[in-house]
Design a protein around this ligand. Structure first.
Ligand SMILES: Nc1ncnc2c1ncn2[C@@H]1O[C@H](COP(=O)(O)OP(=O)(O)OP(=O)(O)O)[C@@H](O)[C@H]1O
Length: 293
């Protein structure tokens, strides 16, 4: 198959996966997605598609190294990248996980903690500007209509949040980073700032309860203990039979997804190979460049 044909087929499959079956039958596959659309994450134990709407929500992904967080994160970042109605800010201390999507990012932050804090400051400033505007217009939250005057959702993805909050830099810098993240997670949703954070350290120093509870979606990949699973999902789920410690080490990509108000649901994330990620990232970058022109 030629490269353009292969890319078209890949995009068609991707868009088909995230659209409802009814919509798929009705319309030709569009070339772009919207951040207001549900995001396809994978399938549940019955083979049903699992989709979540990220607008007005935040998401936390955590689990032991190699459990499948980056693959799960790619589903979210891929959808956001192809959604030209949102900005994409990527933070990746390792560079190589989210780096594949770098060409689609409005801002890409690598291992420099000062740069990370600077980027979070800019997001806080934008959040405050939006709240001033909403206040002036006597509204509670941004909507898709705000795109007409340049206010679009911003998806902020932090891969290995512990790298910035607990590993590099000085104590003061790490605290500044953590305070800014907490503020964005706590206040950002109505202003269209969506935070997606991932960590391979599901411990209470990295994910304190007060922060964890602000995430509407919590996706626990395999954890080593019931208590680390509860740190991701919330206290008490393990004793009620929902623990990511039960996931077998060989079940890569399997995790428990807790969506607001529900019970944790066991799902297997959709899988994008690096080759597919690059193809999607190139296409998304071209769409974004076209829109920006
Ligand atoms: N949904 C999936 N389907 C098939 N294989 C998967 C899936 N998810 C993960 N894997 C396999 O598991 C490997 C590790 O996954 P991934 O890199 O996402 O783990 P991780 O939790 O991000 O690890 P780390 O914390 O070390 O970065 C992948 O390279 C892939 O081979």
């Amino acid at each position: 198959m030629s490269e353009p044909t292969r890319l078209r087929a890949l995009l068609r499959d991707w868009v088909t996966a995230v659209r409802t079956p009814a919509a798929c039958n009705e319309a030709p596959a569009p070339s772009v997605l919207s951040i207001w659309d549900p995001i396809h994450l994978g399938v549940d134990e019955y083979g049903r598609a699992v989709r979540v709407t990220l607008a007005y929500r935040n998401a936390l992904l955590a689990g032991e190294p190699g459990a499948g967080k980056s693959v799960g994160l790619n589903c979210i970042v891929g959808h956001a990248a192809l959604s030209t109605d949102c900005g994409l800010w990527l933070f990746d201390g390792k560079l190589v996980e989210l780096g594949l999507w770098r060409t689609c990012a409005e801002r890409f932050v690598g291992p420099d903690l000062d740069d990370a804090i600077d980027a979070l400051d800019a997001l806080q400033t934008e959040m405050d500007r939006r709240y001033d505007l909403l206040d002036t217009e006597r509204r509670r939250k941004v909507t898709p209509d705000d795109a007409t005057h340049g206010i679009e959702p911003v998806v902020v993805v932090l891969d290995e949040v512990a790298y910035y909050s607990a590993t590099v830099g000085t104590k003061t810098q790490r605290e500044a980073f953590s305070v800014a993240v907490r503020d964005l997670v706590a206040r950002g949703r109505a202003a269209g700032i969506i935070v997606v954070a991932a960590t391979q350290r599901p411990s209470s120093d990295i994910i304190p309860t007060s922060l964890r509870d602000l995430f509407g979606y919590r996706w626990a990949f395999r954890c080593t203990t019931n208590s680390s699973s509860d740190i991701v999902l919330g206290a008490g789920w393990a004793t009620r039979g929902h623990t990511a410690a039960d996931i077998a080490p060989e079940d890569k990509g399997v995790g428990l997804l807790l969506a607001e108000g529900g019970e944790p649901c066991r799902i297997k994330s959709a899988y994008l190979s690096d080759e597919q990620v690059y193809a999607l990232a190139d296409h998304a970058a071209a769409l974004r460049a076209r829109d920006a022109a």
